[in-house]
Design a protein. Structure first.
Length: 145
């Protein structure tokens, strides 16, 4: 199997916070469908946008995750920020698409894409497995070689 390659940067983030971000993202997607409300999906999309395309230190969800990590005294584990930003960009594209499909009444398509997002977030939360790195290796990187 080919070695997984992630985008890299000099900046670091706390992996515990990113894992909690994933958990909160799962809750927002599930809540959007459970309560038949696009509000949860819009908030998640806006949060992904902030994490992916701005220089803000914290988005609302990442701030909540940071506070939770401190509350539960989770040991800080630094990880490279670039793969998390790439994953946030993928999350933005997916959550924006889910929101559009949901608002357009295409609930089955929205639910299917939501399931993919929840699956990716579950891998990050439970196993610290970043699907952004895997997608980067097999989808983005081949175009640069």
């Amino acid at each position: 199997m080919k070695q997984i390659v992630c985008p890299i940067s000099n900046e670091k983030v706390d992996e515990q916070v990113t894992r909690l971000n994933a958990l909160i993202g799962i809750v927002f997607v599930a809540s959007g469908f459970a309560f038949d409300s696009s509000l949860f999906l819009v908030i998640l999309t806006a949060d992904f946008f902030m994490r992916a395309f701005t220089k803000l230190k914290y988005s609302p969800i990442s701030y909540a995750s940071y506070r939770l990590a401190n509350t539960f005294n989770l040991d800080r584990k630094d990880t490279d920020k670039a793969p998390k930003v790439f994953a946030a960009r993928l999350g933005f594209i997916m959550s924006f698409s889910i929101t559009l499909l949901f608002v357009a009444g295409l609930n089955t398509a929205a639910l299917a894409l939501g399931g993919v997002l929840v699956f990716f977030a579950s891998l990050e939360f439970a196993l610290a497995l970043c699907m952004g790195c895997i997608l980067y290796t097999y989808v983005i990187l081949p175009f640069y070689k």
